[in-house]
Unconditional design. Structure first.
Length: 355
């Protein structure tokens, strides 16, 4: 596909979820490796592309990020909306079926155990008890939220936030996890709805920033927990930093990671995912010949840290804009969970078309 040609809507639905899947599967081998080099990412991709042509494919496995994303899709489609009990049961069922296979976050699994009690009535309660009542600020809300942007394709950002918040609150009640998941949902929603080429970076960043300023004021203005002052504008400040980084040609990985983060917190991973998508709109040294979707994934992983989650979030945004055709067939076919992901994307597209 030529980079100036816009993908169809069905291709963008597929691109979003497959783009996310590929990010998770390709990012997983690099998760928490001390220093990830672009050279190693290129090696993985080259080996995988070469392997497949010999018919000797090694399938890359998905992680908790995709397992939870698939549950959200199945639940939204079954109930034509959010159903707390069904979604919680799906999260827990998948976790217990594949326990220890998907590398869940260190604390979230306690919630799955609580939901499994026969006395469970309030599925939102266990998350509120995490971290002595502070709630988790992990990126587990943001990593799985992309399908919500598809499901809410025709709706405005307030409706998008309502459902994003409910899904996030099932496991993450810290305000920074909730705001972060919404920021990721909004980024995917805007990319999906962008019908301009070249991609309007300034307008995209401005819409994200305005929405975050509004919700940061709304959230922390009425927050009784008295959060530290550096939390109050964390996302809008990081979005401003992204704009400044994009205007420069001399940005080193260390400075980026220092400012935006690359860890398991929502605030330490969602901004750098958005930056990866935007940075990959233009050429990146060492990634010549790769299209913008490919650049997004390879660059996001090269930033290190929580690579599967940063790449799944960057991949969802990139796929929602560039569409399925931008994701090489060889990449797609090397990922566990491709056919169920394709089916969910098509079912969400059919749902949106008829509702
Ligand atoms: N983390 C991994 N994989 C490593 C597996 C670790 C292993 N199970 C172990 O126990 O060592 N990947 C996955 O985790 C991230 C998503 O995590 P999620 O769903 O947000 O989980 P959790 O447990 O709620 O939070 C993750 C960590 O964040 C820190 N944290 C969160 N809130 C905190 C708070 N209020 N105070 C202090 N720390 C807080 C904790 O270290 C949590 O363990 C994704 O990367 C996914 O791929
Ligand atoms: Mg991760």
């Amino acid at each position: 596909m030529a980079e100036s040609q816009l993908a169809s809507l069905v291709s963008r639905f597929r691109g979003c979820l497959i783009g996310a899947l590929v990010g998770d599967c390709f990012g997983e081998p690099f998760q928490f490796i001390k220093s990830v080099q672009l050279k190693s990412v290129k090696e993985l991709v080259h080996n995988l592309e070469a392997d497949e042509s010999k018919g000797d494919t090694k399938i890359l496995l998905y992680t908790d990020d995709t397992e939870m994303r698939l549950s959200i899709e199945a639940s939204l489609l079954k109930h034509k909306g959010f159903n707390a009990e069904d979604m919680a049961n799906r999260f827990a069922k998948e976790y217990f079926a594949n326990r220890n296979k998907r590398a869940y976050g260190g604390h979230v699994t306690k919630i799955f155990s609580a939901w499994s009690s026969k006395y469970m009535v309030d599925f939102f309660l266990p998350a509120t008890l995490q971290f002595n009542g502070a709630g988790s600020y992990g990126n587990g809300g943001g990593m799985r939220i992309a399908p919500v942007a598809l499901f809410m394709y025709k709706e405005n950002s307030h409706k998008l936030k309502e459902i994003s918040d409910k899904i996030t609150r099932l496991t993450h009640t810290h305000e920074l996890a909730i705001l972060g998941a919404y920021l990721q949902a909004l980024a995917v929603h805007l990319a999906l709805n962008t019908a301009e080429s070249p991609f309007p970076t300034d307008k995209f960043l401005q819409e994200l920033t305005e929405s975050m300023i509004y919700h940061e004021e709304e959230t922390f203005g009425k927050c009784s927990q008295n959060p530290p002052s550096d939390s109050l504008k964390l996302y809008s400040q990081k979005l401003n930093a992204i704009k400044e980084f994009l205007a420069r040609s001399d940005v080193e990985k260390e400075e980026l990671v220092e400012t935006l983060g690359n860890d398991v917190s929502a605030f330490g991973s969602i901004p750098i995912s958005i930056y990866s998508f935007l940075r990959a709109l233009t050429e990146i040294n060492g990634l010549e010949g790769r299209n913008p979707y490919e650049r997004t994934i390879m660059y996001a992983i090269s930033l290190g840290g929580d690579t599967d989650t940063i790449a799944i979030m960057a991949g969802a945004i990139a796929g929602a804009y560039w569409g399925e055709e931008a994701i090489p067939q060889k990449w797609q076919q090397n990922c566990e969970g491709l056919s169920v992901t394709q089916k969910h994307a098509d079912d969400l597209y059919d749902y949106v078309k008829t509702h």
